[in-house]
Design a protein around this ligand. Structure first.
Ligand code: HSE
Length: 420
C-alpha cells in the first residue's frame, strides 16, 4: 500500500503537537487509514536544531526550494502569518498536494482565494485547527450539521480574553492586572493586541461564517470591539442584573443578510456559554432543525491543536472528499445593524428629575427600557445604569449623543451589548 508522504511547513508548538499526537496514536491511526505516514520534509529556520526524536534530522530543510512538492501528498502548514505561508500553500495546491493549515489569519484574509485554487486543482484544503484549537467546530458544521440551516453562532473563540474576563469577574482585578497575569502564565503574547482588541476572534468568526452561512467576509466587515475598556464597575453591575460578561463572536443570519460582530457582551448567568471560564473556548450553534448545541474545549495548546490538524490529515486520507455544508447558503451579504439590547452606564448630576428626563430622552427615540439601576454615591455625581430593550445600534448612538449633550450628563461611560 502506498504511504502518505507528508511535508510540514514549520516546527513550532502546534507542529510538535501534531507529530506527538501521531506517534502517540500511530497504531490506531494507521489502522483507520489503512496506510501510514512518511514524513518527507520539514521546512524550518534552523535545520540543525534537534526537535522530534522520531523524525530523522536529515528531513529538515531551511529553504523552500528543497521542500520538494513533487514527492508530497499532503502539506501541513503550521508556520503562521500570511506571508510566505500563503505563497507556499498556493504552490503546494498547484502542485497537486492537499493542504492542512491551522493559520486563522491566513484563512480569514486569503481563504476565498486558496479554496478556489484548491478546487481548480482538485485537491483539498482543510483548516479545522484554525478555529477553536482542538474543538471540532468546522467538521461539525460541515459534516454533522449539513442537514441544517444554521441561524446563529455565538462563540468564545479567544482563550486569552476569556481568561482575563474570568479573572476580572471572579477576583475583581482590573484589566491591566489580569492581562499581566495572563502574560505571566503564557496565555497572552507580550503584544496582546490581536487577542484583547478582538482581531483573533474576528479572524475565527470570518472562517466560521464561510462554513455556517456560506459567506466569506473580509475580516474588516466584522464589527469589532475588544475588552480593554471593561471595568470592574461594569462587571459588578452586570452581575447584579443577572449577566456575566464574555467576549463573544456572534454570527446571526436573517433571510437576506448575515450580521457578524465581536464585542464584550453581557449574557444571562444561566446561559451555557456563561459557564465557560478561564482559557476555554466554546461555540454555541443554533440550527433550524437540531435546535441549540454547544461545543466546548481547549482553544489552544500543542496537543489539542495538533490533534485537530492530525484529524484533518487523516480525514483527507480516508475520505478524499470536500465539505458540502456551506453550499446551502449563498448570495447573502454581511450587514451590521446591531439590533440588540444594550447596557449603558453614565455619570450624571445627582439632582431631582434627572433620571426621569433621561428616560424621556430614550423614549423620544423610541427606545424602551428594560431595567434601571441607580446607586447613590453621596457626591455631586451619581452613576446610572440602563438596560434597553432591542434597538438598532445607530438609533441608540443617536439617542446617546442627545443625552450626552444635556447639562446634567457628565459622561456616557460604557455601552455593552446584552444577549437576553
Ligand atoms: N491566541 C489565541 C487565544 C490562541 O488566546 O485563544 C490561538 O488561536
Amino acid at each position: 500500500m502506498k504511504k502518505q508522504n507528508i511535508g510540514i511547513l514549520g516546527m513550532g508548538i502546534v507542529a510538535t503537537g501534531f507529530c506527538q499526537t501521531y506517534f502517540l496514536n500511530q497504531g490506531e491511526i494507521d489502522k483507520k487509514m489503512g496506510t501510514t505516514f512518511e514524513f518527507k520534509k520539514v521546512l524550518v529556520k534552523n535545520k540543525d536544531k534537534k526537535r522530534i526524536s522520531e523524525l530523522p534530522q536529515s528531513i529538515y530543510v531551511d529553504d523552500f526550494d528543497q521542500f520538494d512538492l513533487k514527492e508530497l501528498d499532503i502539506v501541513v502548514e503550521l508556520m503562521g502569518g500570511v506571508s510566505p505561508a500563503c505563497e507556499y500553500i498556493k504552490k503546494a495546491l498547484e502542485a497537486g498536494c492537499h493542504v492542512v493549515t491551522a493559520n486563522k489569519e491566513l484563512m480569514a484574509k486569503k481563504g476565498k482565494e486558496l479554496i478556489q485554487i484548491a478546487h481548480k486543482n482538485n485537491v483539498l484544503l482543510r483548516y479545522e485547527a484554525s478555529v477553536g484549537g482542538g474543538i471540532p467546530l468546522i467538521g461539525t458544521i460541515n459534516d454533522s450539521l449539513t442537514s441544517n440551516k444554521i441561524v446563529k453562532l455565538m462563540g468564545i473563540l479567544n482563550g486569552t480574553t476569556n481568561y482575563i474576563l474570568t479573572k476580572m469577574t471572579k477576583e475583581k482585578i482590573e484589566f491591566d492586572a489580569a492581562l499581566k497575569r495572563a502574560q505571566t502564565l503564557g496565555f497572552a503574547e507580550s503584544n496582546p493586541t490581536a487577542d484583547v482588541d478582538g482581531f483573533d476572534a474576528a479572524y475565527k468568526l470570518a472562517i466560521l461564517s464561510k462554513d455556517a452561512f456560506g459567506v466569506i467576509p473580509d475580516p474588516e466587515e466584522i464589527s469589532k470591539q475588544g475588552i480593554r475598556n471593561i471595568s470592574i464597575e461594569d462587571i459588578e453591575y452586570g452581575l447584579e442584573l443577572g449577566y456575566k460578561i464574555k467576549l463573544l463572536a456572534i454570527g446571526e443570519r436573517s433571510n437576506a443578510h448575515v450580521e457578524l460582530s465581536v464585542q464584550p457582551t453581557f449574557i444571562p448567568i444561566d446561559h451555557p456559554i456563561a459557564s465557560v471560564n478561564n482559557e476555554y473556548n466554546a461555540l454555541y450553534i443554533e440550527g433550524n432543525s437540531v435546535g441549540e448545541i454547544m461545543l466546548y474545549g481547549k482553544g489552544a495548546g500543542a496537543m489539542p491543536t495538533g490533534s485537530a490538524v492530525l484529524s484533518d490529515v487523516v480525514d483527507i486520507v480516508v475520505k478524499k472528499s470536500d465539505y458540502i455544508g456551506s453550499c446551502m447558503a449563498q448570495n447573502i451579504v454581511v450587514k451590521n445593524i446591531g439590533f440588540s439590547a444594550y447596557y449603558v452606564r453614565m455619570e450624571v448630576l445627582d439632582l431631582p428629575g434627572v433620571l426621569g428626563q433621561i428616560a424621556v430622552a430614550f423614549g423620544d427615540y423610541g427606545i424602551s427600557l428594560d431595567s434601571v439601576v441607580q446607586r447613590a454615591r453621596g457626591g455631586q455625581f451619581a452613576p446610572l445604569v440602563f438596560i434597553t430593550h432591542d434597538v438598532e445600534r445607530m438609533k441608540l448612538n443617536d439617542a446617546l449623543r442627545t443625552i450626552a449633550s444635556k447639562e446634567y450628563v457628565n459622561e456616557i461611560q460604557s455601552i455593552i451589548k446584552v444577549v437576553k
